[in-house]
Design a protein around this ligand. Structure first.
Ligand SMILES: Cc1cc2nc3c(=O)[nH]c(=O)nc-3n(C[C@H](O)[C@H](O)[C@H](O)COP(=O)(O)O)c2cc1C
Length: 323
């Protein structure tokens, strides 16, 4: 896909964000079936792409209808990143390739990858340049607004380095690394980056409903948004946001019966596509179930019961009885 066609992919500018351990094939299929138009595979470690075929086949599991889809690589060595990108592209068809410069996980920071690249923008620039010169598809970068301290000018400079080295889009999570996923979203930094670059900038952070989506777009002028935790147990969010942005229509709260229906479909996808030993699969399904049922009156009791469940039949029985 060329530079122009990324603009087509970017329409209507609401993407499901990459989330490790979350945005697997089952999650993407339920999200797409209810309105998500563009998704990412879960983040891939560049070295694992090269040397761990089992992990690759788990993360890169996909179907024809699971498209368009982007991939995200994390790593710190430009040559390894390029080899991994080429291997990745021989395995799956992706709309663009994103470089993770945002992940706060200690084991990733320790090897100089993820958000650690915010402290080494020259290295980040080299990775981007290397990939852009070879891969033939758009290369994008996921950034945070800073590492340990907020510094708008530095954030803008980092994004400009990405642009100068050929990045096609910046995805900007409006938090510094040390905030993790909590706290305020820094709209000002996103706005400054947006107004300092020629390439599109997508905002990320606290998009939990259509109002927060509009707030992100209005306050920053960004070109698009990433929906992350707002999609957990709420696969309708993409359509709800689109309807609100286009027609000003606010969605009704989803009835429990509709939530249970979507949940069961999601669980069926997990059953069919998730490669996990049976006991782990049941535990994973329990976690997903709580995403959908978290607003319930007796959610705490429900959580206790779910963690005792040992089979799919028991879980479905519990879901049927939930009120
Ligand atoms: C469980 C989880 C896993 C995540 N994994 C990734 C990841 O692999 N790559 C990435 O760029 N961002 C990852 N993120 C960050 C999200 O893409 C997003 O930028 C962040 O959650 C802010 O959006 P939110 O406040 O709307 O959730 C992850 C977030 C969560 C909650």
């Amino acid at each position: 896909m060329g530079r122009e066609s990324i603009i087509a992919v970017m329409n209507p500018k609401i993407y499901l964000a990459p989330m490790s351990g979350v945005t697997d094939l089952a999650f993407r299929l339920i999200s797409r079936s209810l309105g998500a138009r563009h998704c990412f595979f879960e983040m891939l470690d560049a070295k694992a792409v090269l040397y761990s075929p089992v992990k690759n086949s788990r993360i890169l599991k996909t179907l024809k209808e699971d498209s368009p889809i982007a991939a995200q690589l994390e790593g710190a060595d430009p040559s390894v990143m390029l080899d991994a990108a080429e291997k990745l592209m021989s395995l799956v068809d992706i709309s663009f390739l994103d470089i993770n410069s945002a992940c706060p996980a200690k084991k990733i920071i320790k090897k100089g990858a993820g958000a650690a690249l915010l402290n080494d923008p020259d290295r980040l620039g080299k990775i981007i340049k290397r990939l852009v010169s070879k891969v033939g598809i758009p290369v994008t970068v996921k950034l945070r607004t800073g590492f340990n301290t907020r510094d708008v000018a530095r954030c803008v400079r980092t994004a400009q380095i990405c642009q100068a080295n050929g990045a096609s889009v910046i995805f900007l999570h409006g938090r510094i690394m040390s905030q993790g996923y909590a706290g305020e979203v820094d709209y000002e930094s996103i706005r400054s980056v947006k107004h300092s670059l020629r390439i599109p900038v997508f905002g990320s952070g606290n998009i939990f409903d259509p109002f927060m989506a509009k707030k992100m777009l209005d306050e920053t002028g960004c070109d698009g948004i990433l929906v992350a935790r707002g999609a957990l147990g709420n696969p309708w969010i993409f359509k709800d946001i689109e309807d609100y942005l286009k027609h000003g229509r606010t969605a009704r709260n989803k009835r429990l019966s509709a939530r249970k229906r979507a949940l069961k479909k999601h669980l069926a996808y997990i059953e069919k596509y998730k490669d996990l030993p049976p006991a782990h699969k049941t535990g994973f399904k329990g976690k997903v179930t709580m995403w959908y049922l978290k607003g319930l009156r007796n959610a705490t009791r429900m959580r206790e019961l779910i963690y005792k469940v040992r089979s799919n039949a028991e879980l479905i029985n519990l879901i049927d009885r939930a009120d």
